[in-house]
Write a protein that binds this ligand. Structure first.
Ligand SMILES: NC(=O)c1ccc[n+]([C@@H]2O[C@H](COP(=O)([O-])OP(=O)(O)OC[C@H]3O[C@@H](n4cnc5c(N)ncnc54)[C@H](OP(=O)(O)O)[C@@H]3O)[C@@H](O)[C@H]2O)c1
Length: 216
């Protein structure tokens, strides 16, 4: 495959964040290569990409060839942490989809003859865990609950790109507030039905991100 200075591989491209990222990339003239567990569905959910490649969270796969010569790789895939009961099996999937998924992308970059210039790894403020009224910034120590543990492992996998010099950015996203999808409609529905109340315990803080992001 030819090296292409505008080619960007995106996992999770069919998700809330991924769809907006792909649209923003296309607006800026990048060629988007969608990695999806369901490439046909992805054609409909995230139209306009130059290629739809079958991908799943795994340490290796035929999809790795599409990373060779790409300008960038953006990782936004992960099993949902909302809307489903956290059974032990689902917790394993939440972790595996992110940790093993990221590991496979990193190994593909390591093996690529023409390495991407940049890797953007979706991450989450879940790293910090619940911390009462303590103000937290990027230097704060990680929390100690399940999600914090997942994010720690997930980021550690992403940062192994340092071993072969691909610039890597970890995006610790707060809760994305979109009118139609994600956390906000779930929080506002009970209010609209006049049965709203605090999300217990009701004293927790969270940083929200308005969406879609607008550039200044
Ligand atoms: N939305 C938020 O408020 C928020 C906040 C902080 C961090 N994040 C993180 O940012 C990333 C993207 O968030 P999002 O809200 O855009 O997620 P999303 O809407 O749930 O989409 C995630 C995408 O990941 C893929 N996926 C789903 N289940 C998977 C599984 N079991 N294994 C592998 N891939 C799977 C799907 O793509 P395909 O079906 O095409 O494979 C899906 O479109 C996630 O890792 C999430 O944890 C999100």
């Amino acid at each position: 495959m030819m090296a292409d200075a505008r080619r960007v591989v995106v996992t999770g491209a069919t998700g809330l964040i991924g769809k907006a990222v792909c649209a923003a990339l296309r607006e800026r003239g990048y060629s988007v290569v969608v990695f999806s567990r369901d490439p046909d569905g992805a054609r409909r959910a995230a139209p306009g990409a130059v290629e739809y490649v079958a991908w799943e969270p795994a340490e290796s796969g035929p999809w790795a060839a599409a990373i060779d010569g790409a300008h960038g790789v953006i990782s936004l895939a992960g099993a949902s942490i909302a809307g489903k009961r956290w059974t032990e099996e689902w917790k394993r999937e939440i972790r595996r989809s992110r940790v093993v998924g990221t590991r496979g992308l990193v190994e593909a970059m390591r093996a690529a003859a023409r390495k991407p210039r940049v890797f953007v790894s979706g991450s989450a403020v879940g790293l910090y865990g619940p911390r009462d009224d303590t103000a937290l910034d990027e230097g704060a120590a990680p929390g100690d609950d399940f999600l914090a543990g997942v994010v720690k492992e997930w980021e550690a996998e992403a940062l192994r790109t340092e071993e072969f010099g691909v610039r890597t950015a970890l995006i610790r996203t707060g809760i994305v507030l979109d009118r139609d999808e994600g956390a906000l409609p779930q929080m506002t529905l009970p209010v609209k039905l006049f049965v709203g109340g605090p999300v217990l315990p009701g004293t927790q803080w969270f940083p929200g991100s308005t969406w879609p992001m607008r550039s200044a």
